[in-house]
Design a protein around this ligand. Sequence first.
Ligand code: MRU
Length: 390
Amino acid sequence: MKQLTLLIMLYNCGIQTAPMLEGPKDMRAALAYCKFEEIFLIMIKTVEWTNEGVRMIDQRLLPVEEKYVMLRSCEEVAEAIKQMVIRGAPAIGVAAAMGIALGAKQSVGTSVVDLEYDFDYMCDVMSQTRPTAVNLFWAIERMREAFRQARSGTKDVEVIKQRLVTEAQAIFAEDIKANRALGRFGGELLADGATVLTHCNAGALATAGDYGTALGVVRGARDAGKRVAVIADETRPFLQGSRLTAWELSKDEIPVTVITDNMAGHVMKQGKVDVVVVGADRIAANGDTANKIGTYMVAVLARQHDIPFYVAAPISTIDLSIPSGDGIPIEERAAREVTHVRDQQLVPEDVAVHNPAFDVTPNELITAIITDKGVARQPYTTSLRRMVEG
Ligand code: MRU
């Protein structure tokens, strides 16, 4: 086992150990013998807690450049979330928890009251980053609860700080486990040989790493021995589909074909899509689902062509406090994301631009919601509550 761990570490550092391990397929075979913790050694590392700060891959630069950045303060992590260095609802939640833990660790307050003052400020900063992904607010609440519990047991600020670091690390590990679980449930719904259309990136890069949610379903099917292929919508304006989904699937040797968003109807009509699987930023109590702008359009097309439309998300994405999608806040992002691709201007100067980052798919268009606790079906008001509370 020690030798296997060493091989995995070398592979992860980009050092090929062929002919022993020649690629992701060999790594997967090796993983069958690994302990859960060893998954961390080979997965795509979206975000990581280190003693120096929070380390993450800069998703703005992918697929051209694989660059990792080290963020050394809570404010830097918050800015990275805003600027989409890291994005995807579960990844935002994990990064926010780590950012808050980092900020708390750096607090110079010597009393619990001082630390709490700094901690509240950091939670506030984080909560103003991105409004739609409920995992952000879920993670902040987890950190607040950890703080409350720690404070009730001790007056030692160092003990409280350590408790917050432990909580952030737990949120990270739980996300990986949750996505493995939903990947298993979802994988069972895919037929051998299925072609899955997905929108945006709901993969390793959108979560703590490893499986992802919508792509977790694809990986779950693959790991159950099924052949699966993916059609990735390009996903204007930020291009998460063509840049990120295509990058991580090709790294994982899963067949992927990129189309522009306006080709989805055509490929469905041609019978090239067996099933649609997307992620979610927030699922209301009745199953209405906010996800990347354009998802609603895909859901309507899927219904028109009688193609199952699945949403895959961990329990932390379900917001029972909001009865329907009408109450989900939709983030409006900068016009420049629409007018430019990187530095290339595409739209005339001074033309009005609207850039809602998400839309809401009504629950009646959703065949099922795949969670880490099982597969929820209509009526969602009952089935989702059972999943969350069960
Ligand atoms: O704006 P983004 O890139 O953060 O939007 C991401 C999505 O819409 C994802 O589909 C969603 O967060 C689920 S990620 C597992």
